[in-house]
Ligand binder design. Structure first.
Ligand code: NAD
Ligand code: DAU
Length: 346
């Protein structure tokens, strides 16, 4: 397999890309980003529409810009029907929620490990460029007072069933590059926020609790730190890596957004006119990672990428407004999500 030289000066010009998981939170943001910013690219979305996928997330995209395929990444027949026509695969599809992985790891092993394997085999068979979307959680966690941040050379030390299956998928991608020469890149990104994130996740759960008249829920001592990035910045970074990143390389994506959970929750409470202690402390997540922090130097220096959403308060306010303006998107699932958390003491 011939590796294409891609640089910021001479980016690859893909005309037809497959986006797996394109009906989910980050995948759908990426599809909108490509449709809005890359007029010559056609997108085929492959999505199984699990509980986390929503066809509505792709509403308004013209059919000449996007084809939607309802299918499973673990199904080789579906892959054989779409991969031969594509220049590149951008792989977002995953089971993505840590708490779910603790309650039932089986779908995580299937989709995140077997699904990635199936896609790599299809990419190998058809000589297709492959970008793998992964997470900073593969590196485990850092102490609150550790001056270090994760880099591309940090050792893999995943903590949860979710992050261990993502780590396994990264290893498969690396092996398929080294052994079979598949033209791959990997990105490991920090915590995303923005519109259309499933309400099981931290920020939208608290926003929709407040709108619903329920109290927000904070795990443990609330001091765990996450490194927040707006999902649109994740999308522009993935595009930069897909079109300009060196084959076989890993790039960390982050926007210098470290914040403790309690600070984020208090920012939400203040923005929504609630008191700073207007929330419940609940049972901690087993194995809860303490702190994530990304050093994005390689991505910025090598590919010249910059985040655009650098004002967290503004991004959070837009996100809150989106959930206030779109109750029809989340209200039907709210009760079931909260019932599941209640069973877990959370
Ligand atoms: P999400 O749960 O919102 O969406 C996942 C999508 O994948 C859904 O549309 C779902 O229907 C689809 N899917 C699941 N199993 C599938 C299967 N077997 N076949 C086809 N489609 C399937 O997830 P997200 O938060 O948008 O995350 C997307 C990717 O980004 C994941 O790979 C995740 O590991 C990674 N990531 C997420 C974050 C974050 O903060 N959410 C940060 C870094 C990396
Ligand atoms: O770091 C990237 C990862 O970020 C992605 O790989 C995952 O797909 C994504 O879900 C996210 O993982 P986290 O576990 O960090 O995100 P979550 O939104 O579940 O939780 C964020 C923090 O908030 C975490 O420390 C747990 C805490 N939390 C979460 C919920 C749902 C609470 O305190 N209360 C809550 O109700």
């Amino acid at each position: 397999m011939v590796e294409t030289a891609r640089t910021p000066e001479a980016p690859a010009a893909y005309r037809h890309i497959i986006v797996t998981g394109g009906a989910g939170f980050i995948g759908s943001n990426f599809v909108h980003w490509v449709v809005d910013n890359q007029p010559d690219v056609h997108v085929t979305v492959l999505d199984a529409l699990t509980y986390a996928g929503n066809r509505e997330n792709l509403a308004g995209i013209a059919p000449e810009r996007m084809t939607f395929v309802h299918g499973d990444i673990c199904d080789p027949e579906v892959l054989a029907s779409i991969v031969p026509d594509a220049d590149a695969i951008v792989h977002f599809a995953a089971e993505s929620h840590n708490d779910n992985s603790i309650a039932d790891p089986a779908p995580f092993v299937r989709t995140n490990v077997e699904g990635t394997y199936r896609l790599l085999e299809a990419a190998r068979a058809h000589g297709t460029r492959f970008h793998h979307v992964s997470t900073d959680e593969v590196y485990g966690d850092l102490a609150l007072d550790d001056p270090a941040r994760f880099t591309e050379d940090s050792p893999y030390k995943p903590s949860s069933p979710y992050s261990s299956t993502k780590a396994a998928s990264d290893m498969l991608v690396r092996a398929w590059h080294r052994t079979y020469g598949v033209d791959v890149t990997i990105s490991n990104c920090s915590n995303n926020y923005g519109p259309r994130q499933h309400i099981e996740k931290f920020i939208p759960r608290q926003i929709t609790n407040i709108i619903s008249g329920a109290r927000p829920k904070l795990y443990g001592d609330g001091l765990n730190v996450r490194d927040w990035i707006h999902t649109e910045d994740h999308s522009s970074a993935v595009w930069a890596i897909l079109t300009c990143g060196r084959a076989g390389e890993t790039y960390l994506i982050g926007a210098d957004g470290e914040r403790s959970n309690i600070d984020v929750l208090r920012a939400i409470l203040a923005a929504m006119g609630r008191g700073s202690d207007d929330f419940d402390w609940v049972r901690d997540r087993p194995g809860h990672d303490r702190r994530y922090a990304i050093d994005p130097t390689k991505l910025r220096r090598e590919l010249g990428w910059q985040p655009r959403h650098t004002d967290f308060a503004e991004g959070l306010a837009d996100t809150i407004r989106w959930y206030q303006d779109n109750p029809g998107w989340w209200q039907a699932s709210k009760q079931a999500v909260e019932a599941k958390y209640a069973e877990q003491g959370q």
